[in-house]
Design a protein around this ligand. Structure first.
Ligand SMILES: CC(=O)SCCNC(=O)CCNC(=O)[C@H](O)C(C)(C)COP(=O)(O)OP(=O)(O)OC[C@H]1O[C@@H](n2cnc3c(N)ncnc32)[C@H](O)[C@@H]1OP(=O)(O)O
Length: 431
């Protein structure tokens, strides 16, 4: 038996896609309800297997895409495993960006699982990401038990919340000098990149959009979900500074009827944000507002007369992070407070250059992270460091769970103060 782990050639791309569950009409996500499932009804049915024409179309687009880096496993010439990384930039603390390898489109055919093929593909993807100068890998996990072994750990969350319309009263605020307009998909495709660029400039965890990111927005109905509706906010000068996509899905049950689903809402300032929500939480002929895929810390909660009215109905991890090059990643984000830490990593089998004691020093814009022979303040797993990297997870909780072992008094508090960000990191879309 000859096993090869290598990038597929262009003429092998159709075989590569056939390995992937989503190309075969198979489930591609764990069956438990996920936070980002918005509607009131059960999950939509699986898609049908891709046609030969679709596979060819995907291959043509992907082969031309320089940011798409596929990898495959071949056994005796047959493709049995597939994965890929997409090159992104992700916003980090301080507003800078870090180059990141987004692991996506992963599958091994059912007859060849648990033989270590994903591990080999992951190792190859880490090596090529490091060659491209990407010190970080991220992914969204189909199942929570798979990716920790490769060094990934949850770094951002997303929640689904509900609000009963009769309880959704906003506190008074200043008059909005801007304007709101219901627009069509063509206008939304133009407004989204403008608003998202404004948000991405400051929101930790936000990703660079892929080319064509909003091309699929449409005015056509999507089965029982109905058509997507678009609401834009413009400032006094007429510039788009906030936008929302929402639906009014049909429901087969009386309980779920009258639900307004906010699929996406972004704004670059509090006035636009409040104005968009003011329309969506008081929409005639609806009774419940559902928003999946939202950050945990939603300012809308603090704009309500009754903050308890917003009920989080599901929460799950969103993007998982994996530091491939610890010193490069740590020196490319900034830190709100000055300080220093010495920490040891000793169990990183897939990126062994990370295994040593590092001295991180942050002093305003000057950040260094260099090897040291001095005694460490703590030992930390590469997974825990990935969770802390964007500043959204608790150093205390990770230490309590045994992922960080302090060797000096106050070390965990110092780690928490250095890495924390407010607001919590969030990414409005995945890949
Ligand atoms: C980022 C994304 O694209 S998410 C989409 C991921 N794809 C899917 O979920 C589709 C269905 N699943 C699959 O195709 C495969 O099970 C994959 C791709 C998840 C894993 O591929 P495999 O080649 O079987 O993984 P591999 O053999 O390298 O596994 C390495 C280890 O992970 C474990 N593992 C792999 N998958 C799972 C799983 N679903 N649940 C629990 N453990 C798992 C293996 O037992 C093995 O353990 P070990 O290191 O202790 O020996």
């Amino acid at each position: 038996m000859v096993t090869q782990v290598r990038p597929p050639r262009p003429d092998e791309m159709a075989a590569y896609y056939r390995v992937l569950p989503f190309a075969n009409g198979l489930p591609k996500w764990e069956p438990a309800d996920a936070a980002w499932h918005g509607g009131p009804e059960p999950w939509p049915p699986q898609r049908a297997p891709a046609t030969a024409e679709q596979l060819d179309e995907w291959a043509e687009a992907d082969v031309e895409d320089e940011s798409f880096h596929p990898i495959a496993t071949f056994v005796d010439g047959t493709c049995v495993g597939a994965s890929a990384t997409l090159s992104f930039e992700v916003t980090v603390s301080g507003g800078g960006t870090v180059r990141m390898a987004g692991v996506t489109a992963t599958g091994v055919i059912a007859t060849h699982r648990r033989r270590g093929y994903l591990r080999q593909m992951m190792q190859a993807m880490f090596a090529s990401a490091l060659d491209r100068g990407e010190p970080l890998a991220m992914l969204s996990a189909s199942e929570g038990s798979i990716y920790g072994r490769y060094g990934f750990s949850p770094a951002t969350y997303r929640v689904r919340w509900e609000l009963a319309r009769h309880e959704a009263t906003l506190l008074p605020a200043k008059t909005d000098p801007g304007s709101l307009e219901l627009i069509d998909a063509r206008q939304a495709r133009a407004a989204w990149p403008v608003v998202h660029a404004g948000v991405r400039a400051y929101r930790v965890g936000e990703l660079t959009p892929r080319p064509g990111r909003w091309d699929g927005l449409s005015d056509e109905a999507d089965g029982t979900n109905g058509p997507m509706r678009y609401l834009v906010h413009r400032d006094q000068r007429g510039e788009a500074d906030g936008i929302a996509n929402f639906r009014l899905p049909w429901s087969s049950t009386a309980d779920n009827a009258g639900t307004l689903v906010v699929e996406a809402l972004e704004a670059t300032n509090p006035t636009a944000y409040r104005a968009l929500w003011s329309v969506l939480i008081d929409f005639d002929l609806t009774k419940t507002i559902v928003a999946p895929g939202r950050p945990r810390d939603e300012p809308l909660r603090w704009m309500l007369t009754n903050p308890r009215a917003m009920r989080i109905t599901r929460q799950s991890d969103n993007l998982w992070a994996r530091l491939l090059d610890v010193p490069l990643a740590l020196t490319q984000r900034s830190y709100d407070t000055s300080g220093e830490l010495r920490f040891t990593i000793d169990g990183d089998r897939m990126c062994p250059a990370n295994n040593r004691t590092w001295h991180l020093r942050a002093d305003g814009a000057a950040v260094t992270c260099v090897p040291t022979n001095r005694v460490a303040d703590m030992t930390i797993t590469v997974q825990a460091l990935g969770s802390l990297y964007f500043g959204g997870m608790s150093a205390h909780d990770l230490a309590y769970a045994g992922h960080i072992t302090p060797h000096a008094d106050g070390a965990i508090g110092q780690l928490a103060r250095l890495f924390r960000t407010d607001p919590e990191p969030h990414n409005s879309f995945v890949f």
